[in-house]
Design a protein around this ligand. Structure first.
Ligand SMILES: Cc1cc2nc3c(=O)[nH]c(=O)nc-3n(C[C@H](O)[C@H](O)[C@H](O)COP(=O)(O)O)c2cc1C
Length: 188
């Protein structure tokens, strides 16, 4: 695959400051729901305040690594989103071991302010590379970051953003399958 002008070269194995690991499970909160509706790329959003300082200080951009979900033992409830809309949190009650949804899975991570949508705050959003049968707001996730793909960019069209996200996904998939990266699946 030919690289884009803004791609950051990916080394043969994770290099300083990677790997960075959360060491604990973080709560998955809802964003504005645009990831799945608008872009066809659902994301699990995590509060920046729950992340280790070494993740908080990363440059804004796109990263990759492995993630593992776990359900939380709470009953379904309705939670107010940042824009006031009510959203149902199921706390991951539909996550299924049989469907591989609780495995350690490859992911791409966007750390940034989503300039395309004009957010004025930073978010961390994981797109886990698996076909989930339900959403899992309120569940928890633990993850590591193994490398940096590119800086966060602004876009004039949604199609251009989607195209770049899909290239990010291809790069993450290919890299995480390689021998020096796949071994970090065992970091969990
Ligand atoms: C792999 C990946 C790369 C992304 N790159 C960018 C980017 O360069 N610029 C940008 O404005 N948003 C980027 N986004 C963020 C999307 O804009 C974001 O997922 C979308 O705003 C959905 O947010 P929501 O969950 O709050 O609705 C990226 C998201 C992912 C998963």
């Amino acid at each position: 695959m030919s690289s884009r002008p803004f791609d950051i070269p990916i080394p043969d194995e994770p290099r300083d400051p990677f790997p960075i690991v959360t060491d604990y499970y973080c709560d998955i909160v809802c964003g504005f729901g645009r990831g799945s509706k608008d872009l066809g790329v659902p994301t699990a959003n995590v509060e920046m305040s729950q992340l280790p300082a070494s993740m908080n200080s990363l440059d804004l951009g796109v990263y990759f690594g492995f993630a593992q979900l776990r359900p939380v033992d709470k009953t379904t409830s309705r939670v107010n989103r940042k824009d006031g809309k009510e959203v149902e949190y199921n706390y991951g009650e539909h996550l299924s071991e049989k469907r591989g949804e609780l495995d350690v899975l490859p992911m791409v991570l966007s750390v940034g302010k989503n300039p395309f949508y004009g957010n004025d705050f930073k978010t961390a959003e994981l797109h886990i590379l698996h076909n989930f049968s339900h959403n899992f707001y309120g569940a928890q996730v633990k993850f590591n970051i193994l490398g940096h793909i590119r800086p966060e960019l602004n876009y004039t069209t949604k199609e251009a953003l989607i195209k770049d996200i899909n290239t990010d996904i291809d790069i993450a998939k290919r890299t995480l399958e390689s021998v020096n990266y796949i071994k970090f699946k065992d970091q969990f």
